[in-house]
Write a protein that binds this ligand. Structure first.
Ligand code: COA
Ligand code: AMP
Length: 632
């Protein structure tokens, strides 16, 4: 197969192309309308189709005689556990849990939040929701109760499913008190909290709304899959935007199932039966698409990994898992490889394991730097495939589509547009740029199946955030360029979203928290380059006049505040005090200028700046605290 031919066909004849791909999954009612539009003109896929994604992920494989195949391998170095679950075992547990949820009153169209660590019960909970048409919203465990409360108030769950605890390297994090705190902070009251007790000794304060997970499963009958319409929301996944409030990305069911199935075959080139491992967290888009739904739809064995690339117990963990479970395809973020490289620069651990089953290494979540790519290649000579996608898309938009035609890798490029994505580079005026000119990465509508249906109950933000700037195009928020061969290079966000260790975070949200400190008059949070995490946040604050707070005290208090309000995952470690922030004469804070100063990039002081002397003060301050490029 030739990439060019199949790609061009997908762009020229989207309906025909995606009608054919829809045949790769089983429907209760096959869609007759392939592509239509909603009342706002936004594309809808398979409008009249009916299916159930839990059926496709589990029951179908059992009916096809593959019930004894291992579906999940739970590998948890932090609890020293390896446990395997067959498709039949998973289906029994999921169908009973779904039955139990129904007995608690949960029904099609309700929402449920899942706030859990990386354990099989998280996957069971997601699948149980999907089985009965309950819309799940998984919240990453690294977020604090305040963040959880924001999500509770936004999607108003009828139930929350949680576990007694998570484990972060060597510390136990009791989840239940965090859930109770979030419920107390929120205005909406979920009816039930289903708690899976891991029996690791965490405190589980009892509340009237609690239901024990094990007792619920034990006492329930298996329930069948509930057919849902193709556009029935499968889940809401919150992601960071440019305001203080996260966006609830809504995913459909039918388009998503078709797109994931397509991607497993044509992008990842994975055959059924193989072991596929995405070392991410179920709380991110990668977790939803490539730990859970994608591999299961394709009848792959998938790994639920509870650990980190390093320190659990050391930098050999990835290689042990690949070798022990015969992983054929792996997916992680470049930051994880950088962490391993730092601990084991000569790849000594790699030599101790048989990695012969590993065919391809996929990377995403942030830009893949050349040094990481080279180090990997030097120690493991297999294709390292950078690919680009977003929570909004749910599956890759730019990739080396290995199942179609393997193209040569160009360092720094995620390769070419995936089938269905007509990717262009625009300038601010919406003119298409020529080869090698850097601009805004946009995608011509219609976006292919699998992309977001909307932002949960916020049509205005959906339109304004993505479709207003350029009529007929999706604005990705990333910058980049295309070379003369059509290879696309993503250069980074063009907005205030930052990427910390593969985690997408909003500086606007952090600014709100920093600004709430009683000594802060004004502040800006920017993302600056970090060797390990790609980017880390830096807060620049102006204190209230007459406030004599010590720098160290202010820094510690702000760090604590951000950890309390957003969560440890925000990784804010540096706070500096400046007399003023650089602004234009109209009062706009020049964040890009500060970022360039911290990263040591060439910069031009905008002619609109109200006071040029501030630039010198920022340089002096960053030098004093050894921050960014001055960290030497
Ligand atoms: N629950 C509670 N706390 C969590 C958490 C969770 N699920 N996940 C992270 N945290 C905490 C960490 O314990 C840490 O706390 P600390 O500041 O007290 O040490 C903080 O949040 C930052 O975590 P993290 O960003 O993971 O940094 P780290 O130093 O612990 O690990 C890496 C660094 C690079 C090893 C790690 O971030 C990593 O493996 N990244 C890959 C991410 C990834 O796969 N992303 C998916 C996109 S494809
Ligand atoms: P998320 O929505 O959490 O998946 O984060 C999406 C953002 O991560 C994108 O908008 C990019 O800024 C960044 N990103 C993801 N993959 C890549 C990649 N391969 N190269 C560069 N940036 C990436």
């Amino acid at each position: 197969m030739e990439y060019k031919e199949i790609y061009e066909d997908s762009i020229a004849h989207p309906e025909k192309f995606w009608a054919e791909q829809a045949d790769a999954i089983e429907w209760y009612n096959k869609p007759e309308t392939i592509l239509s539009k909603d009342e706002n003109g936004y594309p809808l896929w398979y409008k009249d189709g009916e299916l159930n994604i839990c059926y496709l992920a589990l029951d179908k494989h059992i009916q096809d005689g593959c019930g004894d195949q291992v579906a999940f391998i739970y590998d948890s170095p932090v609890t020293q556990t390896v446990k395997k679950y067959t498709f039949s075992e998973v289906k029994t547990e999921v169908a009973k849990l779904a039955g139990g949820m129904q007995s608690l009153g949960l029904k099609k169209g309700d929402t449920a939040i899942i706030y859990m660590p990386m354990i099989p019960q998280t996957a069971f909970a997601m699948l149980a929701c999907a089985r009965i048409g309950v819309i799940h919203s998984v919240v990453f465990g690294g977020f604090a109760p305040h963040e959880l409360a924001i999500r509770i108030d936004d999607c108003k769950p009828r139930a929350i499913i949680t576990a007694s605890s998570g484990i972060e390297v060597d510390r136990l994090i009791a989840y239940k008190p965090l859930v109770d705190e979030a419920i107390a902070l929120a205005s909406h009251r979920p009816k039930k909290v289903i708690v899976f007790n891991r029996k690791l000794g965490a405190r589980i304060p009892f509340k009237k709304y609690d239901v024990d997970y094990d007792a619920l499963v034990y006492g329930s009958e298996e329930t069948p899959c509930v057919p849902v319409n193709s556009n029935h929301p499968l889940y809401i996944l919150y992601t960071s935007g440019t305001t203080g409030k996260p966006k609830g990305i809504v995913r459909d069911t039918g388009g998503y199932a078709v797109a994931l199935k397509f991607s497993m075959k044509y992008i990842y080139n994975v055959k059924e039966d193989e072991t596929f491992w995405a070392a991410s967290d179920m709380g991110w888009a990668v977790g939803h698409s490539y730990i859970l739904y994608g591999p299961l739809l394709n009848r792959n064995t998938t790994i639920i990994f509870e650990g980190k690339p390093i320190k659990t117990p050391d930098a050999s963990t990835f290689w042990r898992i690949i070798s022990e479970h015969k992983v054929g395809t792996m997916f992680t973020a470049p930051t994880a490889i950088r962490a391993i490289k730092k601990e084991d620069p000569d790849g000594e651990f790699i030599k101790q394991y048989d990695l012969s089953h590993l065919k391809n290494q996929f990377l995403a979540g942030e830009r893949c730097d050349n040094a990481t790519l080279e180090w990997y290649q030097q120690h493991i000579p297999i294709p390292v495939i950078d690919h680009w996608w977003q929570t909004e898309s749910g599956w890759p938009m730019i990739a080396n589509s290995l199942g179609i035609e393997k193209m040569p890798v160009k360092s720094g490029s995620a390769t070419k547009a995936v089938c269905g994505y007509d990717i262009r580079i625009f300038n601010e005026n919406g003119d298409e740029l020529s080869a090698n000119e850097e601009g805004l990465v946009v995608v011509k509508l219609p976006l292919p199946p699998g992309n977001m249906l909307g932002i949960w109950e916020n049509e205005a933000r959906f339109k304004a955030g993505y479709f207003t700037k350029f009529d007929g195009y999706y604005l990705s928020g990333d910058g980049g360029y295309k070379d003369e061969d059509g290879y696309i290079f993503i250069t980074g966000r063009t907005d205030d979203v930052i990427n910390v260790a593969g985690h997408r975070l909003s500086t606007a949200e952090m600014e709100e928290v920093v600004a709430s400190h009683h000594s802060v008059a004004e502040c800006a949070v920017i993302g600056i380059h970090d060797e390990l995490k790609g980017q880390i946040p830096l807060a620049l604050v102006v204190t209230k006049s007459g406030d004599e707070i010590e720098h160290y005290q202010l820094e510690q208090e702000i760090i604590k505040l951000v950890r309390q309000q957003i969560g440890a995952v925000a990784s804010l470690r540096n706070v500096v005090i400046v007399h003023r922030l650089p602004k234009t004469r109209s009062g706009k804070i020049l964040r890009k200028l500060m970022r360039s100063i911290a990263d040591g990039e060439e910069f031009q002081i905008p002619s609109t700046i109200d006071d040029e002397s501030i630039v010198e003060e920022i340089v002096t301050t960053l030098k004093k605290y050894k921050i960014g490029v001055y960290n030497i």
